[in-house]
Design a protein around this ligand. Structure first.
Ligand code: ADP
Ligand code: MG
Length: 615
């Protein structure tokens, strides 16, 4: 029996710690609350910087309207908000925040420093708090906007600390959250830095396509189908009670040929707010009914808009759960919008009703692996997406080196400079390309030559490894399937590894003696001949001694990335070269390709001066 104790009111500190637990579950919840505050403050630029997956520190800096000096302490009190005045306002919420809990909750379970300067103020204010109590306050010089730094999250709640997942998992949750918000707010510049390295950024151009490329990479981005938004009078969604409410659904969905092992690629936004809703997620999946292999899930990023009076967002302190007043109508609107988009994009319809711009030259209905190419939007997008021109054509690996113009390599390869030993790449800007194989860049440190194939291999390798570790490898389904015929030993080898290959995005079925049917390949290889892609993997598996399990995966991943990487001999646009350097910068090990060859070589300013006899 519980020993009897007197009923008493909890201390303010304990009560606020308990309340904080509901709002702040993990580092990504802090990022979410701070980013939502920045968006509510009208920020155009949001810089998020985390250390150790957010456990050590999280900083969010914005250029929004700032907090007035005389309100800054109030902002950290429980139930303090500038966004809600009366109970009526609760019925139609237009801001992401409204409960006035986040800053109080965060400061109850961490050490917080805020620097903010409001629009019409001459100087900024810096306030430090620990366990919800103000520790110091000063007047400081600061640009307009707000910087909130949260350190040592849960330092005073050991129970919570214990439940945090690994740095990688926490970092992934933050990544997912920031990239999704970047998609919903393409006109805001987002930058996410992890342990000092920029891992994601957008330019705030307002073009969702730019953000799609930054989030999903060019191979997947170019295949996504924009959701058809119906004419306005058609957007009234009715439920069974014949309530008609205006619901619009926009965004992007993947073609049925692109699929994942789980639902994690379905993202929902309602009136600009990231929401989790099992029923609407199911509406998206259902729209793909019969179009996807069983147990596989599509990609969708959906922006649902409706009058704020139609939805209650005040369900849970995290505000990601919502209740719709007419949920059937919303379900129907989502399902219909996605289904219509998929049907409009099917090649069957296009064959009869539509011919490609500029005549049918070069276009063949039998092109393998339908990937949305026949959809007119995809043609329109082709102009808008510079990176999508990065073709991943297959050439046998032994030709790689042969096509590169080796004469452009300086005769004496300079020794790697000690300042390049760290993880990060030095500051550089693209100058051009030589021999269609090397990107030349320059910066304060000197001149760099980047091997485009090796660099791209490194980028793809790290992206693929990350996706695989999270069971999120994208598969590119083939409409018709491709049969391959192998020698008996090769066939045995392939048959033995079908499970491993399935995890890596290859769906292959036995198809008679020594024959297989390839149903899907990793999305990275979308542009390759599926038979060649599989054969290349089998040939790699054949080489050397039978690798240990675990190593088999690594071997296949290496092969996939090698096949998918841009080859020497391929001309790249400046935008493509810049994108590649950005992505290389985001790698853990940007200095070598996965086989250990250097991705870049370097001629320092001092070496240049020496070579020219200046010193
Ligand atoms: P809510 O967002 O629900 O109002 P918060 O605790 O998140 O509650 O924030 C409290 C208040 O602090 C906000 O209402 C807003 O006035 C102010 N505030 C918080 N973050 C910012 C920011 N980045 N820029 C400007 N004001 C902010
Ligand atoms: Mg808030």
């Amino acid at each position: 029996m519980i020993p009897s104790k007197k009923i008493h009111v909890l201390s303010e500190q304990l009560a606020s710690q308990i309340a904080a637990g509901e709002v702040v579950e993990r580092p990504s919840s802090v990022v979410k609350e701070l980013v939502e505050n920045s968006l509510d403050a009208g920020a155009r630029t949001i810089n998020i910087s985390v250390q150790e997956g957010g456990r050590k520190s999280i900083q969010v800096a914005d250029d929004g309207q700032g907090i007035a000096a005389d309100e800054i302490e109030i902002a950290f009190m429980r139930h303090a908000t500038s966004k809600l005045a009366s109970a009526d306002d609760l019925n139609a919420i237009h801001t992401l925040g409204f409960r006035g809990e986040a800053l109080a909750a965060i400061s109850a379970v961490s050490q917080v420093t805020v620097v903010s300067r409001a629009q019409d103020e001459q100087s900024g204010t810096r306030l430090s708090l620990a366990a919800a109590a103000v520790a110091s306050r000063d007047t400081v010089g600061a640009p307009q906007g707000t910087v909130i730094a949260v350190e040592n999250l849960f330092y005073n709640v050991p129970a919570r600390l214990k439940f945090l997942k690994s740095v990688t998992t926490e970092k992934r949750l933050i990544d997912e959250f920031v990239t999704r918000y970047a998609l919903a707010y393409p006109d805001v510049r987002f930058r996410l830095t992890h342990n000092g390295r920029v891992t994601f950024q957008t330019d705030g151009s307002g073009n969702v396509l730019d953000v799609l490329v930054a989030v999903y990479g060019p191979e997947i981005a170019r295949q996504l189908l924009p959701i058809d938004t119906p004419p306005a009078d058609d957007s009234l969604a009715a439920d069974s009670g014949h309530h008609r409410i205006p619901v619009t659904v926009s965004g992007y969905v993947g073609p049925p040929s692109l699929h994942w092992a789980n639902r994690s690629q379905i993202t929902l936004f309602m009136n600009g707010r990231f929401i989790k809703d099992a029923s609407l997620t199911y509406a998206v999946i259902q729209a793909y009914h019969t179009l996807l292999p069983t147990g596989r899930y599509p990609l969708g990023i959906l922006f649902i808009s409706m009058p704020p009076t139609e939805v209650d967002v005040n369900v849970h302190p995290t505000k990601t759960e919502v209740r719709f007043h007419h949920s059937n109508a919303v379900f129907g609107a989502v399902q219909k919008a996605v289904r219509r988009t998929l049907i409009d994009a099917t090649p069957i319809r296009s064959l009869g009703a539509w011919s490609p711009p500029g005549g049918a030259a070069g276009w063949s209905p039998a092109s393998p692996g339908w990937s949305g190419d026949l959809d007119e939007h995809a043609f329109a997008r082709r102009e808008e997406l510079p990176q999508q021109e990065m073709r991943f054509d297959w050439t046998p690996p032994e030709l790689d080196a042969a096509t590169g113009n080796t004469a452009v390599i300086p005769p004496t390869r300079p020794a790697p400079n000690p300042t390049l030993a760290g993880d990060k790449l030095p500051i550089m800007r693209v100058v051009g390309q030589v021999g269609a194989a090397y990107i030349i860049t320059e910066g304060p440190d000197g001149v760099f030559l980047i091997d485009q194939h090796a660099a791209h291999e490194r980028i793809l390798y790290e992206q693929f490894m990350a996706a695989w570790e999270q069971d999120q490898v994208a598969s590119q389904g083939l409409v018709a399937g491709t049969a391959i015929y192998l020698s008996p030993p090769q066939a045995t080898l392939l048959a033995d590894n079908l499970d491993v290959l399935a995890e890596l995005g290859f769906q292959i079925e036995p198809f008679g003696p020594n024959a297989f049917m390839v149903r899907a390949i990793p999305a990275l290889l979308a542009k390759m001949d599926p038979a060649q892609a599989v054969t290349a993997v089998v040939e790699d598996l054949e080489q050397g001694d039978a690798p240990l399990q675990g190593k088999i995966e690594a071997k296949i991943i290496l092969r996939v990335c090698k096949s998918a990487a841009v080859k020497a001999g391929q001309t790249l646009s400046t935008a493509e070269m810049e994108a590649m350097i950005w992505q290389l910068e985001a790698c853990q090990n940007p200095h070598t390709c996965p086989h250990g060859r250097p991705t870049l070589i370097y001629l320092s300013v001092a070496q240049l001066a020496k070579q020219f006899g200046r010193i």
